[in-house]
Design a protein around this ligand. Structure first.
Ligand SMILES: [Ca+2]
Length: 435
């Protein structure tokens, strides 16, 4: 059987409600909508953390962030350490199965040389290493409290490169298309983590003009997403043009929910930003409520997955590793614990994966989903605001937006879930220390 190619496109701070195929009535995303129409669109897909670095660690290692040692947003100094050398990324695993691997975009798993993409299984890297860059100068301006000096952050493999003035979303698209053109005909894995629509909120004038009628904070969000959507279109065109489309699995998702950070504004306003939408869900980036972690997710693989599916089963980013390795003819590693399942049977034959609990940990919050139930401890609504209740139990079947706290009606269930999530967290810490 032909080894499939893999293209994983990861948006940054994109909310559940901001694509046409997820119900946005103002942001037009024809290429992503087409991708969904030609494959499967997931309605209950989760990121494993509501912020950048840990979410990306989970995607690439197939392990909960706490197991990888990446549990918070990493800084951007050139000495910032990142993903430990002991972790094996899906790219590194795919290299051993004969794949050429490329990342075009945001790494955010360490800046120090030993933690860069080339050291973690990527044959080719073009992009940036920190959490965000100016879209035109490719300079990282965003330090920890107290600030750091600006750091230029654009690289081709280990070489610093300068493309001043080129809009980053378009630059990454160009490199992704080139990678496909160069490697069509051999198995390849392309990871395309766009910075969009993460702040700073920059978009070319031509995109802003498409959304003239929107209020300022929505207009820039729509423009940035539209530029990314055009990039997705160019990538799909490249796959078609090189004859790869049929045997390529394309997966699209986002690392966390929309950002309410005041720094999204470009006019000096310091109140929360609501330019991004998580649809009906409450919670933003930094929150374990659904708005922070439930993400759009689209899978297209014409050779195996029939078009036009809407998959309502629960999936999460760590599922991608075993799914891709299985398709590439490999077996999951035996020397470390992975946390996901191969989810391809969900969309090839409508199969269910075994019932499971899904856990999250971030900045003092803990959460667990078991069937239709979800418990959040010490929940936040965003980076600044705590949730009103320290313990929050929801029935997602009847209340997907987590508006009603049922903790007082189900004390035994709350006690069981609390015990389970705390045991999971302690177990991860202990197990990781022993690995
Ligand atoms: Ca993010």
């Amino acid at each position: 059987m032909v080894k499939p190619n893999f293209v994983v496109i990861y948006a940054d701070d994109l909310g559940y409600g901001d694509l046409g195929c997820y119900g946005s009535d103002v942001i037009q995303t024809p290429h992503l909508d087409q991708l969904a129409a030609q494959g499967a669109r997931f309605t209950q897909w989760y990121s494993n953390c509501p912020v950048c670095s840990p979410s990306r660690a989970a995607l690439l290692t197939g392990r909960y962030p706490v197991r990888t040692g990446i549990t918070s947003i990493l800084g951007g100094r050139r000495t910032t350490p990142g993903l430990p050398a002991r972790e094996v990324t899906v790219a590194k695993h795919l290299q051993t199965l004969g794949y050429t691997t490329g990342i075009m975009g945001k790494w955010h798993l360490g800046v120090a040389p030993a933690s860069r993409p080339n050291a973690h299984g990527f044959t080719e890297f073009f992009g940036f290493l920190a959490g965000a860059v100016d879209y035109y100068s490719h300079i990282y301006y965003y330090g920890l409290p107290g600030g750091i000096d600006p750091i230029h952050d654009l690289w081709h493999n280990e070489q610093e490169v300068w493309w001043n003035g080129q809009y980053l979303t378009e630059l990454l698209t160009e490199r992704a298309v080139q990678f496909i053109e160069h490697h069509a005909g051999q198995p390849f894995f392309l990871y395309l983590p766009y910075n969009a629509p993460h702040w700073p909120m920059h978009a070319p004038k031509s995109y802003l003009e498409r959304f003239r009628e929107l209020p300022a904070e929505r207009r820039i969000m729509a423009a940035m997403i539209a530029a990314m959507d055009d990039g997705v279109g160019a990538v799909l065109d490249a796959l078609a043009r090189t004859g790869c489309a049929e045997d390529t699995l394309v997966f699209f998702s986002s690392d966390n929910g929309p950002s309410a950070e005041a720094r999204n504004f470009l006019d000096g306003q310091e109140d929360p930003y609501y330019g991004g939408s998580a649809g009906i869900f409450q919670g933003y980036k930094y929150s374990l409520f659904e708005g922070g972690i439930r993400e759009p997710a689209i899978l297209r693989y014409p050779a195996r997955v029939s078009a036009g599916q809407v998959c309502e089963q629960v999936g999460m980013m760590v599922d991608l590793y075993p799914t891709l390795i299985h398709l590439a003819g490999g077996t999951p590693p035996q020397d470390r614990l992975l946390d996901g399942y191969d989810i391809l049977p969900m969309v090839t034959e409508g199969a269910s994966i075994p019932p499971r609990q899904i856990f999250w940990e971030y900045a003092g919050q803990l959460a667990v989903r078991q069937g239709n139930w979800k418990l959040i401890l010490n929940g936040r609504l965003d980076g600044e605001r705590l949730a009103p209740d320290v313990v929050h139990l929801s029935d997602l079947d009847h209340d997907p937006a987590e508006r009603m706290n049922l903790k007082d009606q189900y004390p035994q269930l709350v006690a069981q879930l609390k015990r389970d999530v705390e045991a999971w967290y302690q177990g991860c810490l202990l197990h990781t220390a022993q690995e």
